[in-house]
Design a protein around this ligand. Sequence first.
Ligand SMILES: *[C@@H]1O[C@H](CO)[C@@H](O)[C@H](O)[C@H]1NC(C)=O
Ligand SMILES: *[C@@H]1O[C@H](CO)[C@@H](O)[C@H](O)[C@H]1NC(C)=O
Ligand SMILES: *[C@@H]1O[C@H](CO)[C@@H](O)[C@H](O)[C@H]1NC(C)=O
Ligand SMILES: *[C@@H]1O[C@H](CO)[C@@H](O)[C@H](O)[C@H]1NC(C)=O
Ligand SMILES: *[C@@H]1O[C@H](CO)[C@@H](O)[C@H](O)[C@H]1NC(C)=O
Ligand SMILES: *[C@@H]1O[C@H](CO)[C@@H](O)[C@H](O)[C@H]1NC(C)=O
Ligand SMILES: *[C@@H]1O[C@H](CO)[C@@H](O)[C@H](O)[C@H]1NC(C)=O
Ligand SMILES: *[C@@H]1O[C@H](CO)[C@@H](O)[C@H](O)[C@H]1NC(C)=O
Ligand SMILES: *[C@@H]1O[C@H](CO)[C@@H](O)[C@H](O)[C@H]1NC(C)=O
Ligand SMILES: *[C@@H]1O[C@H](CO)[C@@H](O)[C@H](O)[C@H]1NC(C)=O
Ligand SMILES: *[C@@H]1O[C@H](CO)[C@@H](O)[C@H](O)[C@H]1NC(C)=O
Ligand SMILES: *[C@@H]1O[C@H](CO)[C@@H](O)[C@H](O)[C@H]1NC(C)=O
Length: 700
Amino acid sequence: MGSRNNFTTVILLLMLLQFLDSYFSLPLCTDSRAPFALKSPLQFCPYNATSCCSSDDDLSLQKQFESMNVSDPGCGSILKSILCARCDQFSGELYRVVSVHREIPVLCNSTVSSNSPQSEQPQTDFCSKVWSACENVSIVNSPFAATLQGRVGEPVNSSNSTKLTDLWKSQTDFCEALGGGSSDDESVCFDGAPTTLTDGTTSSPPSGMCIEKIGNGTYLNMAAHPDGSNRAFFANQQGKIWLATIPEQGSGGTLDIDETNPFVDITDEVYFDVVFGLMGIAFHPRFAENGRFFASFNCDKSSSPNCAGRCACNSDVNCDPSKLTPDNGAQPCQYQSVVAEFTANGSSSGTSSATNASPSEVRRIFTMGLPFTSHHGGQILFGPQDGYLYLMMGDGGGDGDPYNLAQNKKSLLGKIMRFDVDTMPSANDVDKLDLWGNYSIPKDNPYAVDKDLQKEIWAIGLRNPWRCSFDSARPSYFICADVGQDQYEEVDLITKDGNYGWRTYEGPYPYVPTQSPGGNTSVASINPIFPVMGYNHSEVNSGEGSASITGGYFYRSMIDPCLHGRYLFADLYGSSIWAGTESPINSGKFTSAKIPFKCASDSPLRCTIVPGIDLPSLSFIFSFGEDNKKDVYLLTNSGVYRIVHPSRCNYTCAKENASTTPSRDPFSPPSSRASSLRGSYLLLNSSFFILTSYFVFVFS
Ligand SMILES: *[C@@H]1O[C@H](CO)[C@@H](O)[C@H](O)[C@H]1NC(C)=O
Ligand SMILES: *[C@@H]1O[C@H](CO)[C@@H](O)[C@H](O)[C@H]1NC(C)=O
Ligand SMILES: *[C@@H]1O[C@H](CO)[C@@H](O)[C@H](O)[C@H]1NC(C)=O
Ligand SMILES: *[C@@H]1O[C@H](CO)[C@@H](O)[C@H](O)[C@H]1NC(C)=O
Ligand SMILES: *[C@@H]1O[C@H](CO)[C@@H](O)[C@H](O)[C@H]1NC(C)=O
Ligand SMILES: *[C@@H]1O[C@H](CO)[C@@H](O)[C@H](O)[C@H]1NC(C)=O
Ligand SMILES: *[C@@H]1O[C@H](CO)[C@@H](O)[C@H](O)[C@H]1NC(C)=O
Ligand SMILES: *[C@@H]1O[C@H](CO)[C@@H](O)[C@H](O)[C@H]1NC(C)=O
Ligand SMILES: *[C@@H]1O[C@H](CO)[C@@H](O)[C@H](O)[C@H]1NC(C)=O
Ligand SMILES: *[C@@H]1O[C@H](CO)[C@@H](O)[C@H](O)[C@H]1NC(C)=O
Ligand SMILES: *[C@@H]1O[C@H](CO)[C@@H](O)[C@H](O)[C@H]1NC(C)=O
Ligand SMILES: *[C@@H]1O[C@H](CO)[C@@H](O)[C@H](O)[C@H]1NC(C)=O
């Protein structure tokens, strides 16, 4: 459990201000890692299923409690519950670790707390209970005293045994300092018992998703302009990025994009082929002031002198590049994965109004040679909370991750990485720390201080994370779709140091590798975090039985109130889209169901409709996008689509006219599986694949 920092009153007051914001988080521990399933209930603390405490942690809490010599049983039991709050699956939130690390969890300070809505009758709030049970009780090494150490102008009695009345003048002072949480926000507070979430109120399940077509182009990436305007960047796989203006919903307008005038064109640096190209773009959160933006792409060593990274197949990971040959699909390190920084400075009118940028790199952020030709993800995203740059990387290819690299913490393949691109290292540091480019390592990366492991790692055990996003309403929800091998396509909630199982598992199923020159990782040796959603390959109609997931967004627009709060994802092959519903809210537990979709009959650009069955033919769904209004887009081989009012497709959503402003209404899971599209249409037959294969992005 370790020692905790001291706090000043100033910090306590800052924390109080923080509480005024509604605060949402998925279950996370105080070390920002995910809670885990207990094999057996804890002995001391009352946690028996999912917890942040191991049995060792439990034992040390018991010792800490015993050393406090609390003579009064009433105060003792309340104090025990408070100490044990560290084991709660929401301890990260109870201790508000994002803003500041507290010594005591936030004590519920109102009669009806959000996490125990069953208490309808007025009753004493938990904070007052703590005060009245413990005010006159001596506590040795009181954790309450620790809260006040260093308090300005009022020296704390440093005696080892203190009463609450030694520390605070009154219950009001005490609860002002340590209380928080009330019935009118949804923040989690500690009420003396393990946090339980209850299902929210009802809300209609979506009967279908209505889309309109607003663009003809084929893009792989969309990024909203960081200035909050109605503009967004669109990038194609070949290497061009455009700045487009998005038409108002319902205006009948189309995407205003001038393909002849890209924002920047880096096609000369980009190696483009079926699975290679410009894979990701990210704009610095302060792009409007600093003009910094980033592109993640592939390069070819044989045609670009700037394509010269270290090979990811190397002796550190038991991979011998000379044993990889083109006949087993490998071309060791001919193709590389690159992240480069560019600038939109230079426009006389300032960066926010910049409509062009220079294609010459400001700096190389990252370069890594790839062992095989597939599974190299490449999306980049800035974390909304930490401002760090995340890079999604696949296992580097080969059937079944032959070198077992996704489980190897000495390899960057099969990982999500996290870089600090605001603090540039000296050339010296790059060498000394053995970095793969120009960035520094955030101090709390899980292996930041382990010299044998890759410091860039944030999470491991991924096969080909294809499209991740942060929930714009709850930034601790970092959700990624990970493309499967033979059986299962998965959606994962990504947490610090999480192991998502590949290749020991494919989704929830143990995976038996066919080759293992790099060794195996046993099921018993890891504690994987299983997918929160996904689908079997047998659930999609892609003609050949193949499948490849495309991750989307938590839909946060109110244009379709029935989709609000649900996570949308799709299969690449265009015939299936799912809505994931979390229940209870903030539990990290999801159910998902395919949703029917139609194109609005008044779509600005006509949708191609599959004859006879009145359904839009999207072709490949490469990516989703989200604009500054939180409207969600589908980037497909047949153009750009936007989700619109369900009534425009004659779908009914009872709430459509009731509300147009975002709310945080919880919703119930769909009462029945939405009608399946299985077997309904199949435009994507094999001849169609051959015709379009030049554009087809195959991940699986
Ligand atoms: C776990 O604890 C909860 C509440 O304390 C209790 O309702 C439940 O029955 C327990 N489950 C097991 C498996 O012990
Ligand atoms: C706790 O109480 C016991 C017995 O009352 C006493 O022997 C012991 O010294 C006390 N411990 C502390 C740290 O005060
Ligand atoms: C604590 O002590 C004060 C002063 O002696 C007394 O007024 C109060 O009732 C006591 N509280 C409890 C809960 O015993
Ligand atoms: C500090 O606390 C102890 C025990 O509660 C008490 O005996 C002592 O008088 C206090 N000292 C001051 C300076 O308040
Ligand atoms: C507190 O207790 C520790 C040992 O438990 C002792 O070393 C220290 O001197 C005590 N401090 C005070 C102020 O009594
Ligand atoms: C807790 O309750 C007290 C007493 O009702 C109140 O003065 C204080 O502002 C509350 N604190 C918070 C953080 O709600
Ligand atoms: C999109 O393509 C259609 C059909 O080729 C064409 O009529 C239309 O003008 C195009 N629209 C835009 C905005 O490019
Ligand atoms: C771009 O301009 C901003 C503001 O003038 C400045 O802070 C930043 O350093 C510039 N960036 C580059 C790469 O020149
Ligand atoms: C750092 O950036 C500079 C400028 O782009 C580049 O020359 C250098 O190779 C980069 N260093 C690494 C380790 O990539
Ligand atoms: C890895 O596991 C596979 C399947 O269980 C087995 O065939 C293979 O021999 C193992 N390889 C090593 C190096 O242990
Ligand atoms: C997926 O496939 C597995 C193994 O074939 C099967 O056990 C499971 O029930 C399937 N799940 C669904 C949702 O169809
Ligand atoms: C919705 O219903 C109207 C009236 O029946 C019809 O004209 C229109 O085509 C329908 N729209 C869709 C997308 O089915």
